[in-house]
Design a protein around this ligand. Structure first.
Ligand SMILES: *Cc1c(COP(=O)(O)O)cnc(C)c1O
Length: 330
């Protein structure tokens, strides 16, 4: 089976497993796991921020990051298909008492003027005040779309003017960085706080980080423990993340090329595929998925008329060519 359902399906490579087995560990709740501390320091540095916090999932990193800039009773603005709005099961409301209003952008980009119109200043006890704007880069359900740097810059400038914060859900910010060449520190410098995943295209079995100021991360460390996310000798997991950053970052360019090959096979314009996700419109998504599975290719329906393909580390060139042949014939 060639599995193109998601870039979360990757299994740790032999070299990654060795790095995990050899990791120095300690009790991370006591702050004594040198590998976790090393990973947190490294990722904070990659984005030019003061600190980072290792979390089991990207959802937890998002909850902690958003909560660090939005208090209970305040709101965050985001796109209507954002992971924080649709795929975290209401966590921001359930855990943090935060509400959301959403904008609609089929291309996954940030319509800055629209966001400005939606912004609600604190007018006293009348309206929910906007405390942050959340941007997903790359945008998962918009087909791995990269948010243009100019939009992020415009958003930052305006956010500083009105005094609101910017959160970046950067589960796949690595893909945006590799696709555009924009330095991670540039992306980091335009955000107050970020969430980044090691468990997507980078190929670690688990692990994400919240990235931000030393103060925000210190508070998030307390909240993480309160949520039951205080972990012990997880240097074995952090080691997988460090290995992934060393060996699996630059190769994301291959995934992007593979995604364009698959797009072509499915009749989708490859020029519109910016990273490792291909969204294929199909009249009968479920039927297409079932026929692909019978032919040895697993893909996923993300709507009644939408199929999603995601390329990753465990699908090499030969497998992509084979999958392209199968999908083109369906
Ligand atoms: C995968 C993903 C996350 C985090 O998901 P977890 O499964 O909780 O690790 C967050 N944001 C986006 C855009 C994602 O694709």
């Amino acid at each position: 089976m060639i599995d193109l359902r998601s870039d979360t399906v990757t299994r740790p490579t032999a070299a990654m497993r060795r790095a995990m087995a050899e990791a120095e560990v300690g009790d991370d709740v006591y702050g004594e796991d040198p590998t976790v501390l090393g990973l947190e320091e490294r990722v904070a540095g990659l984005f030019g921020h003061e600190a980072a916090l290792f979390t089991p999932t990207g959802s937890m990193a998002n909850v902690l990051a958003v909560r660090s800039v939005v208090a209970p009773g305040e709101e965050v603005l985001c796109e209507e298909r954002a992971h924080i709005a649709r795929a975290e099961l209401g966590a921001h409301g359930a855990h943090s008492g935060i509400t959301m209003r959403t904008w609609h952008a089929p291309d996954g980009r940030v319509p800055v003027a629209r966001v400005q119109d939606m912004f609600a200043p604190d007018l006293g006890p009348y309206f929910v005040p906007t405390a942050a704007v959340a941007v997903e880069n790359t945008h998962n359900f918009a087909g791995g779309a990269v948010v243009p740097l100019e939009q992020l810059q415009a958003l930052r400038t305006w956010a500083d003017e009105v005094g609101t914060s910017v959160h970046v859900d950067g589960a796949r910010i690595w893909n945006a960085h590799v696709a555009t060449g924009v330095p991670l520190t540039t992306y980091g410098g335009l955000a107050d706080v970020l969430a980044v995943c090691l468990s997507k295209g980078l190929g670690a079995p688990i692990g994400s980080l919240m990235v931000g100021s030393a103060e925000a991360v210190a508070e998030a460390r307390v909240r993480r423990k309160r949520m039951g996310g205080g972990m012990r000798q997880v240097g074995v997991l952090a080691a997988a993340g460090l290995h992934a950053l060393d060996h699996h970052l630059d190769r994301l360019a291959e995934d992007h090329e593979h995604a364009r090959m698959l797009a072509e096979a499915c009749g989708v314009d490859p020029a519109g595929v910016e990273t490792n996700i291909v969204v294929v419109p199909h009249d009968d998504a479920a039927g297409f998925v079932a026929r692909a599975a019978e032919a040895g290719v697993r893909i996923g329906a993300v709507g009644p008329r939408t199929v999603r393909l995601v390329t990753h580390l465990d699908v090499d060139r030969a497998a992509v060519e084979k999958a392209a042949g199968v999908l083109a014939g369906l």
